[in-house]
Write a protein that binds this ligand. Structure first.
Ligand code: GDD
Ligand code: MG
Length: 343
């Protein structure tokens, strides 16, 4: 078994956070996102993993190197310019010699991959796509199936009325190596618009597997926040969260940190500060009586005295002035707000 993670997209919907940090390595509960997918693959015994990169590949290679620190072997297939999901798959051809799990590199899930691969093998499928039911299908690829789970039709980003199915492509496929033959080399190509329709037309055994547990595409600010909330609230028991609750003082004005919040041990939290349902990255400095609620702070931010940060994401090295109120905002790296700002 091998795996390919498609991790070359620009992460446009997460800008400005992805200007200096490619989406596959945005921190989720203080760990680069791909850690979660690599963990899931390891659980299924898959240790031969290729990362397909295009946008800022160096930043991702620097983190994962040859995979040794993660007890896996990582190869890199880097495109000079983005070739689309299908072109990226073809570009990794030399590493895909066995049955492969292909993952969109922005999907947080607790899928049981070993079970899904077993299903694929039992049916002697050439391709299996994992589906998840969602309420609003418009932002995804809808997959219509028959009663035996055979794929019938793909409708990527459907317009109202185009389909009545509510099961979408979860961005995880099990593919036999010969599927690579459906993709021309060196061209921009798409799984969703081209490869899948071609294999359907060719009559390949193409199955679906419905995953009814946790699944989330982290590629939008609200879902990025949701991923953090869900992990710290233990909604994904496969990824237990390490909580370090240091004493930042004692008595009446000790900071108040709720049980679920995750704070990197290198942070300083001053008296009277409150941290609720939030994640605080390394080397942050939270001044007296600041209140941080339902938010994610990346590394090295300083939050001024009595400032309030709510439902927000603060990129690296932010400076939030005294008594500022930041609500529902996404601030890129090195943002600086003067005292008493309200946004
Ligand atoms: N290497 C490489 N090259 N990777 C790419 C490229 C590329 O040109 N384009 C996109 N990717 C990667 C992205 O980094 C991401 O991890 C994954 O492919 C999917 O791209 P998105 O841009 O996030 O697609 P989407 O979320 O709109 O839609 C896809 O995912 C949905 C599930 O979240 C589709 O596969 C839908 O059918 C699916 O429902
Ligand atoms: Mg996506």
């Amino acid at each position: 078994m091998q795996a390919l993670i498609l991790a070359g997209g620009k992460g446009t919907r997460l800008r400005p956070l992805t200007i200096h940090t490619p989406k596959p390595v945005v921190p989720i509960v203080n760990k680069p996102f791909l850690n979660y997918q690599i963990d899931l693959l390891k659980r299924a015994g898959v240790k031969d993993i290729t990362l397909s990169l295009s946008y800022q590949p160096g930043k991702i290679e620097e983190i994962f190197a040859d995979g040794g620190d993660y007890d896996v072997r990582i190869h890199y297939a880097v495109e000079a310019s983005p070739l689309g999901t299908g072109g990226a798959y073809k570009n990794a051809e030399k590493y895909l010699t066995e049955t492969a799990i292909v993952f969109n590199g922005d999907v947080l899930t607790d899928m049981d991959l070993a079970k899904i691969v077993a299903y694929h093998k039992e049916r002697k499928a050439a391709a299996t796509v994992v589906l998840v039911p969602v309420e609003n299908v418009s932002a995804y690829g809808v997959v219509e199936t028959d009663s035996e789970g055979r794929v019938q039709r793909f409708v990527e980003k459907p317009k109202p009325g185009e389909t009545t199915a509510n099961t979408i492509n979860a961005g995880c496929y099990i593919l036999e190596p010969h599927i690579l033959n459906y993709v021309p080399a060196g061209e921009t190509y798409s799984f969703e618009y081209q490869i899948f329709p071609s294999i359907l037309k060719a009559g390949e055994p193409f199955y679906s597997y419905v995953w009814n547990d946790y699944w989330l595409d982290i590629g939008k600010p609200q879902s990025y926040l949701q991923a953090n909330y869900d992990l710290i609230n233990d909604k994904l028991p496969v990824f237990p969260v390490y909580r370090h609750h240091p004493q930042f003082g004692s008595g009446e004005d000790a900071p108040k940190v709720d049980y679920v919040s995750v704070i990197d041990p290198s942070c300083t939290i001053k008296p009277g500060a409150e941290i609720i349902n939030s994640v605080i990255g390394p080397n942050c400095f939270i001044e007296e009586k600041a209140r941080i609620e339902n938010s994610v702070l990346w590394a090295a931010s300083r939050i001024g005295k009595e400032a309030v940060i709510r439902n927000s994401i603060i990129g690296k090295s932010g400076i939030i002035g005294k008594a500022s109120v930041v609500d529902g905002a996404i601030l890129g790296d090195k943002s600086s707000l003067t005292d008493y700002t309200i946004i």
